[in-house]
Design a protein around this ligand. Structure first.
Ligand code: AMP
Length: 281
């Protein structure tokens, strides 16, 4: 299989997509930060099913990292990524050089209020401004009709839905289910940073989430379940639990029972790596 053509500049991207748009073809974009795994590839499959053309973007967006250390160690391997995409025969891989996204003098920030005040927004100041700004750029640069995001980052998915709606961006946002390893650990580029021992501990997070949802369904109170789960996670070797929250799926309001469509969200620290996960409750 041929690896996809890699484009680095906005003029090259526009030259490619102009004809597609003129012919009324649907264009799906899958924004990523690379180090692609089966989770990313499932979004590409969803895009291929729905759209005439598929663009995958790889851009490790400095504005969404709130720690320079985290940015420095973020895994990057474009050659491997291109080889994985070759099997899916996409139309192009857009891996813009940084000046194509943030040219000299760039001074605009897209900021979504409300939804970003909690969870990842509270623990990673500036993170969602970075996400919202880069997604807006990628939507306008690709002029995509459809964009595909993972429920793995459920809060991000809701933030992107809100910004597309608030700014009348002509792009339909699609959420895709979380892909997990055989032991339940949600696939994540950050899993590559886990030591062998940490990797054996990591699946406990999903087990705890599943256990809480089962107990909630049986009518047990969330605050007790949360307390017990945090204690077990710490005993298992997690070095901290940033949050373990039950929230409404639509507006992310905090709940103490899953009285309306809800999700259970967690962020944990494990040997210097931060992992997030969420499941329907
Ligand atoms: P990232 O490269 O981590 O920024 O992720 C790019 C896209 O892939 C985002 O929409 C993520 O939500 C999605 N994604 C990451 N991990 C998974 C997974 N395990 N299952 C489904 N989608 C995922």
């Amino acid at each position: 299989m041929m690896p996809p053509p890699i484009l680095r500049t906005l003029p090259d991207l526009r030259a490619l997509t102009r004809g597609w748009h003129r012919q009324g073809e649907t264009v799906g974009v899958v924004p990523t930060m690379g180090a692609l795994h089966e989770g990313h590839l499932s979004l590409v499959e969803a895009a291929k099913e729905r759209c005439d053309r598929v663009i995958v973007t790889i851009f490790v967006n400095p504005k969404q990292f709130n720690s320079t250390d985290d940015l420095a160690v973020y895994p990057r391997n474009e050659a491997d990524d291109a080889a994985k995409l070759a099997r899916l025969s996409i139309d192009t891989l857009y891996a813009p050089s940084p000046d194509q996204i943030y040219p000299e003098g760039f001074a605009t920030t897209v900021s979504v209020n409300g939804l970003t005040a909690v969870m990842e927004g509270a623990h990673r100041p500036g993170h969602f401004d970075g996400v919202a700004t880069v997604c807006t750029k990628l939507f306008t640069q690709t002029a995509a009709t459809d964009a595909f995001f993972g429920e793995k980052d459920f809060q991000q998915l809701q933030v992107v839905r809100r910004l597309a709606r608030d700014l009348d961006l002509p792009v339909a946002i699609h959420g895709c289910p979380t892909i997990r390893d055989i032991d339940g650990l949600a696939l994540s580029s950050r899993n590559l940073l886990l030591s062998g021992r940490a990797r054996t501990i990591a699946p406990c997070l999903y087990e705890e989430l599943e256990g809480i949802v089962a107990a909630l369904t049986a009518g047990q109170p969330f605050d007790e379940l949360r307390r017990a789960a945090i204690a077990r996670l710490e005993r298992a070797g997690f070095t901290g639990v940033d949050y373990l929250d039950l929230r409404a799926a639509d507006d992310l309001a905090e709940l103490d029972t899953p009285a309306r469509p809800a999700r259970l969200f967690a962020a944990v620290q494990l040997a210097g790596v931060r992992l997030i996960d969420n499941i329907p409750a």
